[in-house]
Design a binder for this molecule. Sequence first.
Ligand code: PMV
Length: 321
Amino acid sequence: MADEVRARAHANIALSKYWGKRETGENVPAAPSLSLALDRLFTETFVRRSDAATDSFRLNGSPANERDAARLGGYLELWRGAGLLRGCFEVDSVNHFPTASGLASSSSGFAALATALAELAEDSLDRDRISRLARRGSASAARSVPGGLAELPAGDDPAAVEVLPPGKIPWGMVVAAVDAPAKETGSSEGMHLSRETSPLYSAWIETCGEDFQRIREACLRGDLETAGSVAEANMYAMHAVMLATRPALLYWTETSLTLLREVRSWRRDGLGVWATVDAGPHVAFLTERAELETVAERASGVPGVVEALPCLPAGGAEVLG
Ligand code: PMV
């Protein structure tokens, strides 16, 4: 059994989103989701067995703050509680994201960590099991384990599976990082509030199943217009649920809104490009691979955009040695 290991996983952005969890306490999404892993956004995580009495965590070159250390410690405890790990560990995780703008890193972070821990585990774990375990850290991380175009169903204890490998996906995404302060409400707390208080929540969950099927089928037949337009509509429905949450979850900034207006005018110019936004201010644009540079140029010209990064589809999480 290895004593130390390094693993890498790419972040993903959902075309069909999930927002809401079942009450099982096991991080089970209430809706299916479908996402694209992106080559230029990834996390590398190094884990080593330690003789110390506690775990230690470094994030992006500094000791983790109390909140992050508690979340990560709880996550290792889950593995120990399941009999998969023994003893304590040093974890050192670095996000290779080109800006310090707070782009969502939990998908790549927990996928890389689960992949590394699996190498140190008492049992041999297959990809499905690693995806399930990554989901316990952050549901979107389950999708970064298979990578490519990946789906995470909404069943009991679901694992994400690959729908298309990166080489079969003719599209990419431009991620426009928007200048903004750290968000006030994290996704788990936000989802809980939406389920408890948003009058639109149950309609949203019903819509998710249909959107997911339509986007999935459109991806399989290479129909960018349907995939993009349903993905954009799905994103607006999710943000409507967020806005109707009490108190409102408003993740956009003025720049996010400008980008959402701009993408409509780019389409009027004949560009095949659609937008999506997670629980934050950054905007990702789905387009043909050949249009990535054009879209990146247009997005980076919008005031408030820190960087617009053209990304190609990436593969699954891997052990580096
Ligand atoms: O699983 P989390 O905590 O990373 O939440 C992801 C939530 C969204 O990014 C808004 C949607 C999604 O499906 O990725």
